[in-house]
Design a protein around this ligand. Sequence first.
Ligand SMILES: Cc1cc2nc3c(=O)[nH]c(=O)nc-3n(C[C@H](O)[C@H](O)[C@H](O)COP(=O)(O)OP(=O)(O)OC[C@H]3O[C@@H](n4cnc5c(N)ncnc54)[C@H](O)[C@@H]3O)c2cc1C
Length: 557
Amino acid sequence: MDADVIVVGAGLAGLVAARELTARGRKVALVDQEGPANLGGQAYWSFGGLFLVDTPEQRRLGVRDSFELAWSDWQGSARFDRLDDEDVWAVRWARAYVEFAAGEKRAWLGSRGVRLTPVVGWAERGELRADGHGNSVPRFHIAWGTGTGVVAPFVDDAHRAAAGGLLRFFHRYRVDELVLQDGVVTGVRGAVLADDPAPRGVATNRDPVGEFELTAQAVVLATGGIGANHEMVRRFWPERMGAAPREMITGVPAYVDGRMLDISADAGVRLVNRDRMWHYTEGIRNWDPVWPRHAIRILPGPSPMWFDALGRRLPDPYLPGYDTLGTLKYLRTTEDIAPYDHSWFVLTRRIIEKEFALSGSEQNPDLTRGDRAAVLRERLLKRGAPEPVAAFLRHGEDFVVAASLDDLVRKMNALTDEPLLDAAALHRQIEARDLQVANAFSKDAQVQGIRNARRYLGDRLVRVAAPHRILDPAAGPLVGVKLHVLTRKTLGGVQTDLDARALGLDGRPIGGLYAAGEVAGFGGGGAHGYSALEGTFLGGCLFTGRVAGRAAADATA
Ligand SMILES: Cc1cc2nc3c(=O)[nH]c(=O)nc-3n(C[C@H](O)[C@H](O)[C@H](O)COP(=O)(O)OP(=O)(O)OC[C@H]3O[C@@H](n4cnc5c(N)ncnc54)[C@H](O)[C@@H]3O)c2cc1C
């Protein structure tokens, strides 16, 4: 045997599983198709937003949260409807995960060295129904160091275990096959890829220079999702979402290729909920790309006006930061706009300065460096947009700026093949909205939402601009942003039981095989059901990686 347990994938889920295994004295082979530069996988690039429930950070900001409220929100978002079949384990994982997020998660993260900023964001504000999709309260806790701060302790653990002889890295080992004997997984087989000096996130070569086979008592799959594989995204794009856009941009590095899912299926693993995915409608092309078609997601506050490709304001609840997949469905299934791949934000300088955040560790250098003084300077005291946002205003091909609406629309029209926007029509809609801000109350759902958000201290301080007229020159210039569909996450995947054991087509565990993280649909093959509350992906990797590592350690005692 080459190890007690082989962990395939050195992203967050694999690193957490490896940590739990080595902490219990098991010998681990940590196998990844990428080299040491990419240790930590997607989590390194992530914003480090973590879904936590009823925390001191929330209470300090006056938020009252509870397990009951969070579980109600989760069910309203997930809308599990395959309970006898594909959702049978997913719903159990979902409940266990919300219990973890409302219980042990914060203390456990603290014990691993992950620290939280005092800011709690309000992601996925929802579809305006108490029992529908969305977070009733802010729950998006941001780690110091963003994603790098979440993953660093587990990278350190892996290096320590390697130094102590309990873990061996197999960098540039790509698994192409699971090895089974009498229905039990005994190892993995694949190609050794040529070294590649590319920096983190840059696509590397796939040139085989040899073959390998590793054997162990158990294998943990932690190979991530499908976001960089547009062919696979299209293959499983659900009919309920209309047709996939002709052009999509990519929110994950190229190694998030989904290959392991098909390889697992070939070995008899049961894959479920493959039609459930999580892609954003507020994607912008990165002016300084790292990976192919590199896209950044805008994490918007609630104030930009959102228009479809033909210049009509999106109806509520399709407001910025409210309902990711609801908006995607609206854009892809409304007959006359579905042929277009884009939509638009129109906003003011005042809104962009206060409300635009960009997802990703590299887009938030102050938080990523853990530089508290810089965070205070950049986010509370500074006039003007944070530097990464200002850089997009200067260089981003999806941004236009103008003093008048006529000029703005002319520039927006220049970004599309045909001029689809009519300045007078946009003007009418913006003016009607602007008439709604004179009072502290309003009939406009978006203006109500802005006022509601500002009753939350965190939003008022750092996130939501005071309501003002979009056409007020003092708030300008005006900004137009062309938005694209950005591929990111897989919500379905390998069906697992509550011990993270991968299940076969007969619904029974396959001996020796475990799965964790995105490849396992963050637990059970789809713990999010149809829709997510955000910050639940990193958390899902932490939770499932922990369970898989512990269960595999018990089984190989
Ligand atoms: C920019 C960005 C921002 C994000 N922000 C957040 C956030 O704020 N909050 C949140 O909760 N989530 C966020 N996410 C999502 C989250 O980071 C991911 O869902 C999570 O990190 C996935 O981790 P993983 O370990 O399952 O997979 P990955 O990180 O994808 O790791 C999988 C590893 O497996 C390797 N691999 C794959 N196939 C093979 C094979 N056949 N052989 C060998 N190795 C293989 C890959 O090379 C990779 O290293 C964000 C993601 C991105 C990209």
